[in-house]
Design a protein around this ligand. Sequence first.
Ligand SMILES: Nc1ncnc2c1ncn2[C@@H]1O[C@H](COP(=O)(O)OP(=O)(O)OP(=O)(O)O)[C@@H](O)[C@H]1O
Ligand SMILES: [Mg+2]
Length: 238
Amino acid sequence: MSLRELTKSVELDGKSLNILQPISLDVNASETIAIVGASGSGKSTLLSIIAGLDTPSTGEVYLKHQPLHQLNEEQRSAVRAKYVGFIFQQFLLVNSLTALENVMLPAELANIPNAEQKARELLAQVALADRADHYPSQLSGGEQQRVAIARAFISQPDILFADEPTGNLDTRTGLHIAELLFDMNKKFGTTLVLVTHDPKLAARCQRQVVMDSGQLTESSAESYDNQASDLANVAQVS
Ligand SMILES: Nc1ncnc2c1ncn2[C@@H]1O[C@H](COP(=O)(O)OP(=O)(O)OP(=O)(O)O)[C@@H](O)[C@H]1O
Ligand SMILES: [Mg+2]
């Protein structure tokens, strides 16, 4: 995945507001990378552009060598269905579908065979086999996020985008979900692009970049080490 001088600006009250300054970034296959930074710094905007949900104002974005900036909505949607999985802070399950049907949905949209069998296997991997027929409203936040993780992996995405996946969960459930996310990621060899406010979660990624007022900077190895050792300390304490 590759970004070249990507920018985003929007029109607001007749004025142009720059949300993302020119951003260039390369992410290797199977790499795990965290995007951290203050609220409003542009993390979600950047993620939605890299994932092909939104388009840049200028610059280039390549996902699996596909030039997303040159593709129309329909073509981007095809690229997403083939290569991309998402996990959001608000889970975003379809309320009228059961857990099983939610997990099956991306596979059905992408015409992947044996969707039900795969969905049941994934639900088992997130320890929700016995909740397959439950609707989102019958599941706790942590359970809904586990369904969302199962759903994200069903199309065996090359790249997984996660925007604050533990943001709406208590600390303990959040840690559990993070564990599951990194486990599944390792198992499937997926590239992970993770947006988070949580330094401990970010420190679990191989690389961290910081968004600051729409600008992206690579964080130093030192702060990575510090955070990694903080995490080790926390792990020892708890
Ligand atoms: N369509 C839009 N129109 C106007 N402003 C927008 C639009 N989309 C985003 N913004 C602004 O761009 C900035 C970046 O928003 P973004 O959601 O990317 O931040 P974020 O880093 O994800 O924040 P948070 O951590 O709170 O989720 C914010 O100031 C936001 O108000
Ligand atoms: Mg955001």
